[in-house]
Design a protein around this ligand. Structure first.
Ligand code: MTE
Ligand code: MO
Length: 226
């Protein structure tokens, strides 16, 4: 599928960001990254705030819900407190966008996705997961194997604080071994399904398996690509 015009604009340059995301987001970016173009160009070890919709969904901690459904034995809707009561997984790893910017040594904390899946009990016929966002625009997918990697978390802390609104708080996905587009922000729902359903960025041309090294990955060998 071709990369959409909107996506090209959104990923290219400062002026284009203004067009794609609107003036308020451009101002926001300006505040977040300081003055000057440098903060928006690859390099500089800083996050760029991405939003498909041009909005930053604001979800109060007490209103947050994560609905886990589909091919599971015990569908459950988790509150933030539910997630925080589960075993904590934390590590420090880089965040890398496919467009070239990278932030090293980011502290992450949350619930291992595989722990969450154990809680609800994945049915034998399950193959993959789909992820939905409070923004009602972004979607993502992981195979079940990918979802069980020990560095895939449902994160409620990053950079030493609760995940901020701009970074997708209260809860975002973090998929350490893949490009940033897999780390869906404002996570609202996970569905366990029987087929991989490519998400928003994949429908705009990015690889469904977004491994950082460009390979087909440790758990999902694809003979066509080796
Ligand atoms: N809901 C949502 N999640 C998203 C995106 C987005 O636009 N909307 N952008 C993705 C991309 S391409 C990247 S690189 C990271 C950026 O994370 P950040 O905004 O915290 O820097 O979020 C990912 N998750
Ligand atoms: Mo990205």
């Amino acid at each position: 599928m071709a990369v959409g015009r909107r996506t090209i604009l959104g990923l290219s340059a400062l002026g284009a960001l203004g067009i794609a995301f609107g003036a308020s987001i451009q101002n926001f970016l300006g505040n977040a990254f300081g003055s000057g173009l440098g903060g928006l160009l690859p390099g500089g070890d800083r996050f760029r705030i991405y939003t498909i919709t041009g909005t930053l969904p604001k979800i109060k901690d007490r209103d947050y819900r994560l609905k886990v459904s589909g091919l599971v034995a015990h569908p459950k809707t988790f509150t933030l407190a539910d997630l925080q009561a589960m075993p904590v997984t934390s590590f420090t790893k880089a965040f890398q966008c496919v467009t070239g910017w990278r932030v090293p040594n980011v502290a992450w904390e949350g619930v291992l996705l595989s722990d969450l899946l154990s809680t609800v009990g994945v049915k034998p016929e399950a193959v993959a997961l789909t992820f939905e966002s409070y923004d009602r625009a972004d979607t993502e997918s992981l195979t079940l194997d990918q979802a069980h990697l020990p560095d895939v978390i449902v994160a409620y802390r990053m950079l030493g604080t609760p995940v901020t609104t701009e970074h997708g708080g209260p809860v975002r996905l973090y998929v350490a071994q893949m490009f940033g587009y897999k780390s869906l922000k404002w996570l609202s729902a996970i569905r366990v399904v029987n087929t991989v359903q490519p998400g928003y960025w994949e429908n705009n041309g990015y690889p469904v398996n977004g491994w950082l090294d460009g390979s087909t990955g440790p758990t999902n060998p694809d003979p066509k690509l080796t």
